[in-house]
Ligand binder design. Structure first.
Ligand SMILES: Nc1ncnc2c1ncn2[C@@H]1O[C@H](COP(=O)(O)OP(=O)(O)O)[C@@H](O)[C@H]1O
Ligand SMILES: [Mg+2]
Length: 326
């Protein structure tokens, strides 16, 4: 049975709403755009209808990885309300079943969307008549990146085995953790406390998330309960890109255990992708490596992650699928 047969065709009516996955990671150059383009292409190859969104308004280049010329319209036009109909921004890519909302550079005069406007954009993305939407968030930890990361159905952090990337992945996870906690709190005073705790040198002596939990519980037990629940539900996923050694592969487990020890959160190691010269060749050819070099190491590991994501997208207990073939 194919993805469409099990989960509904892309004609719209029978699709229950798209699952939205946001892909971030503190550092530029670690392979976020490459990962989004390729994992989306691999999922589309299995018969799913997929949309990728270039959320990197400063360094928009997702189109290039998918054989699309620099588009004239994109997400910045929707954000600035020059275009109000999101589906009109969808453009075809070189991959059947995979469409793109490009990320044309915003004008400096464009107002930044508010938190509520970002949530509304995510709601519109969920209404697209496709199975899956993947957002390439760009680098950094500013509020807009965090909002999309936290409000999506899933957030994936991409890192590579370089110390700078690992450091930035931790600062990304830390920023996401505290923003999530602040959003989960109802009381203004407790929100302010969370903001204060983000400063590692705060005068209250709150050094770890556990210190913060204790302080929140002491002030307001019901907020303490909400805090613990938000920690429990926060499950970022990790992808290590450009692995070359067995040690590199272990990095994902290492980051996961630090997340558990330090934040008390249960991050998931979704998988890894090899460093592979075929990737650069495919970028030069403006074609996903899963198409240009389907038997390359990178393509094999991307396919593995794609199958995992695609099978989760299907309703639980779904029957045997092409997607799960190994
Ligand atoms: N697995 C890989 N193997 C080899 N080169 C890679 C791999 N992943 C990424 N690269 C190289 O790194 C470059 C930067 O990746 P990119 O996806 O643009 O990073 P980001 O979006 O995080 O800034 C790519 O153009 C590609 O040449
Ligand atoms: Mg990028």
């Amino acid at each position: 049975m194919t993805f469409a047969q099990t989960y509904g065709s892309a004609s719209g009516a029978e699709l229950p709403g798209a699952r939205v996955i946001a892909v971030g990671g503190g550092k530029g150059g670690v392979g976020k755009t490459f990962f989004v383009a390729n994992v989306a292409a691999a999922i589309a190859k299995q018969g799913a209808q997929v949309v990728v969104v270039d959320g990197d308004l400063e360094g928009a280049n997702l189109h290039t990885c998918l054989g699309v010329r620099p588009p004239r319209h994109g997400l910045a036009d929707y954000v600035a309300q020059r275009e109000v109909d999101l589906p009109k921004l969808l453009v075809d890519t070189c991959v059947p079943g995979l469409r793109l909302i490009a990320g044309t550079h915003g004008n400096l005069s464009d107002a930044q969307p508010t938190h509520e406007e970002r949530l509304r954009l995510l709601a519109r993305l969920r209404e697209l008549p496709v199975h899956l939407v993947l957002i390439d968030l760009g680098a950094g930890t500013h509020d807009s990146v965090m909002d999309y990361f936290l409000a999506s159905d899933d957030g994936i952090v991409v890192l590579n085995p370089e110390p700078t990337s690992i450091e930035n992945a931790y600062s990304f996870l830390r920023a996401a953790f505290y923003r999530r906690m602040r959003l989960a709190m109802v009381s203004h005073a407790v929100r302010a406390l969370v903001t204060e705790a983000m400063d590692q040198c705060n005068e209250r002596g709150i050094r770890t998330p556990l210190d913060l939990l204790r302080e929140v519980q002491a002030r307001d037990p019901s907020e303490g309960g909400r805090f613990s629940e938000a920690v429990r539900r926060f499950r970022p996923r990790l992808v290590v890109n450009e692995v070359g050694t067995a040690q590199d592969i272990k990095l994902g487990f290492g980051v996961r255990s630090v997340c558990r020890k330090y934040f008390g959160i249960d991050a998931e190691y979704l998988g890894y992708v090899n460093h592979d010269p075929a990737v650069r060749e495919s970028v030069m050819a403006r074609s996903p490596v899963v198409y240009a070099h389907p038997n390359s190491n990178a393509a094999i590991y991307l396919d593995r992650i794609a199958r995992k994501l695609a099978s989760e997208t299907l309703s639980s207990g779904a029957v045997a699928l092409d997607l799960r073939r190994t």
